[in-house]
Design a protein. Structure first.
Length: 618
């Protein structure tokens, strides 16, 4: 038999809950209590009001690439291609973007629909984000009411969720809509799961599995969803059969959840060529693992003390187990885990902000039952809720304006982390693109002064001088980076980029010896597609066709299987080698994979047609 929400021990109505319900049956809450349909309207309105000022924002950050430069989303007929291409696949001719860890087709579907309706008018895009956030807020109320059976707790939690400043990045940033979009599917999935465990009706399980798969197609972090359901199966529905039986039920559920998970990862592998990272992890695994507790502690801090948000969310890697930057956050994480186990609390099981809002609502429920406040305890609890909502909402409202444009966004990064060379390096690029070269150079120099071991400032100054036509100065800045930055597991990838850019500059200066040396050094430091492809193009221009073929084939092994442009390069080198059969095969492969509006498609088609009458190489 199914278990109703009222049977959940930790969140079911107890004596304190009964007092709250009694309080809400008289006094100032009488009308609201008697009109339960009004409950979700309050958090819904708060979500709209707190986010409404985003409609005056423009495009910021990745929006310029993801929206304004994205050819894939400009026609609805391209929607099927979103399921066979990665997020950054619109940069079809730029191999730098070919290795992409993001497979989020429903995100690109949303972008396509938005573009069809609003074009490049930013307020319309922002309106869609506001509406999605509002719908998620309403779902928070619905799910929590299904979970707890308490309308007051559910509406209070949803109100806090509606205005929590942690959501500004996801709502005010157009390209950050992946999280609300995922929540728009994860929350119904969780609701259907709760209904399934309550009623034992299989159709709810089917809806859960469908919602989970769709959530994965919005953002890959939805893969944590099964862990929440399995935990609930074992520890939440405690009125079900004994522990052994609950574990067995959880294992069966785990097998059922495995199907959409496998489907997603098969789709992802076909597009990206990897289950996890597109080009392998960028940094060593050891420091990455050691940094996890610190990152968790920082996000918990931002959740509880909602100030100091930064677009870059910069966290430097932890190097050793003995570091205070590892031990202190690890102690905090262990302490929190211990509290959860000891209290058997369920409030930290879902999206962190929802759990925090639920915890705050439970605290307010406790406040409303304290006899020390006498008859005013109901008003005290409501006043406390109002103050918290007003405080969070004002911070949220202000944080939305940070996302007005890229410059305002990056200035906030510097305000939050004034000693971050990376923040100055990023804003220097934006200053240059905005036509402010003096500010750009000043910011790049400040980046070097703050973090001389970070290559961003050097590469920016080199790029600026190249744009001015000053190749000697451009070379000097990269040579300076090589002489100053020490080769280490943490810097080798950035140094690979420095050597690659230096090789390209030497090639422009017709210094072929140094060009080749630096390009080969780049792929030694970091064997990636863009490095091998650039080396192949260098050899192709030098008419060293065999070496070009080897480099292009290396590049082909580093890029996703559906990356089309590499086949055009291979077709070119095979054509130069006189191997017309393989050239035709590569050109045909390119045409089969390339997007309909790819710039190179026409040229490749002409080459293929010219080869159609040629005799194959024997």
């Amino acid at each position: 038999m199914g278990i109703t929400p009222a049977a959940i021990p930790s969140l079911a109505p107890d004596s304190a809950d009964s007092q709250v319900e009694a309080l809400t049956s008289r006094g100032s809450l009488t009308a609201l209590a008697n009109k339960s349909f009004l409950y979700p309207i309050v958090p819904g309105l708060l979500a709209v009001l707190a986010s409404l000022n985003t409609l005056w924002n423009g495009f910021a950050g990745d929006d310029y690439q993801q929206i304004l430069s994205n050819q894939l989303i400009r026609e609805l007929k391209n929607i099927p291609f979103t399921f066979t291409n990665s997020v950054w696949s619109f940069a079809t001719s730029d191999i730098t973007f070919s290795v992409d860890s993001y497979y989020r087709p429903l995100f690109n579907v949303l972008l396509s629909i938005n573009y069809a309706i609003f074009g490049t008018t930013p307020w319309g895009w922002h309106l869609v984000n506001v509406l999605i956030h509002t719908c998620v807020t309403l779902l928070v109320f619905k799910v929590l009411f299904e979970l707890t059976g308490q309308r007051w707790i559910s509406v209070a939690s949803a109100c806090l969720f509606a205005v929590h400043p942690a959501h500004a990045e996801s709502v005010a940033w157009l390209s950050g809509v992946t999280d609300p979009l995922m929540a728009l599917l994860v929350l119904p999935g969780f609701y259907f799961y709760l209904r399934y465990r309550t009623t034992d009706r299989k159709r709810y399980l089917a809806l859960t599995l469908i919602a989970y798969l769709l959530a994965l197609l919005c953002k890959e972090t939805a893969v944590a969803f099964p862990l929440i359901l399995l935990y609930c199966d074992v520890f939440h529905f405690t009125e079900r059969e004994g522990m052994k039986r609950r574990v067995q039920q959880a294992l069966i559920l785990g097998v059922e959840l495995l199907l959409p998970t496998v489907v997603y990862f098969l789709m992802r592998y076909q597009v990206i060529g990897s289950v996890l990272f597109g080009s392998g992890p960028r940094y060593p695994l050891g420091p990455a693992l050691l940094t996890i507790p610190l990152a968790l502690a920082k996000y918990l801090k931002l959740m509880v003390v909602p100030v100091g948000y930064s677009y870059q969310h910069l966290t430097y890697f932890v190097d050793t187990f003995g570091s205070v930057r590892f031990l202190a956050p690890m102690a905090l994480v262990v302490a929190l885990a211990g509290c959860i186990l000891l209290t058997r609390s369920k409030r930290y099981l879902y999206v962190p902000s929802i759990g925090l809002c639920l915890a705050a609502s439970l605290a307010l429920r406790w406040l409303a039952t304290r006899e020390s406040f006498g008859a005013a305890r109901e008003k005290v609890a409501l006043a406390a809720l109002g103050l918290i909502v007003a405080g969070l909402g004002s911070v949220y409202f202000a944080q939305n304006r940070v996302w007005n444009n890229t410059i305002s966004l990056l200035r906030n990064c510097i305000a939050v982390e004034p000693f971050s060379g990376r923040a100055y390096s990023t804003i220097s690029q934006s200053y240059f693109l905005a036509g402010n070269p003096r500010e750009a150079e000043a910011a790049a120099r400040q980046a070097i002064a703050l973090e001389p071991q970070f290559t961003g400032g050097y590469t920016n100054l080199s790029y600026f001088n190249k744009q001015y036509g000053k190749l000697d100065q451009a070379v000097d800045y990269l040579e300076q980076a090589i002489s100053v930055v020490e080769v280490s597991p943490m810097t080798r990838n950035n140094l690979a980029t420095v050597h690659l850019n230096l090789g390209l500059l030497y090639s422009d200066r017709k210094d072929t010896v140094r060009a080749e040396e630096n390009m080969r050094r780049s792929v030694e430091l970091w064997s990636r597609g863009v490095g091998w492809h650039s080396l192949g193009m260098f050899y192709l221009n030098q008419q060293r066709y065999e070496e070009a073929k080897d480099a292009f084939e290396q590049a082909a092994r580093q890029v996703p299987p559906r990356y089309a442009a590499i086949h055009a390069s291979l077709g070119t080198v095979y054509e130069r080698l006189g191997d017309t059969a393989r050239a035709r095969a590569e050109y045909s492969r390119y045409l089969a994979l390339a997007l309909p509006n790819a710039a190179e498609r026409g040229d490749v088609q002409k080459r293929l047609s010219a080869l159609s009458g040629a005799s194959p190489k024997k």
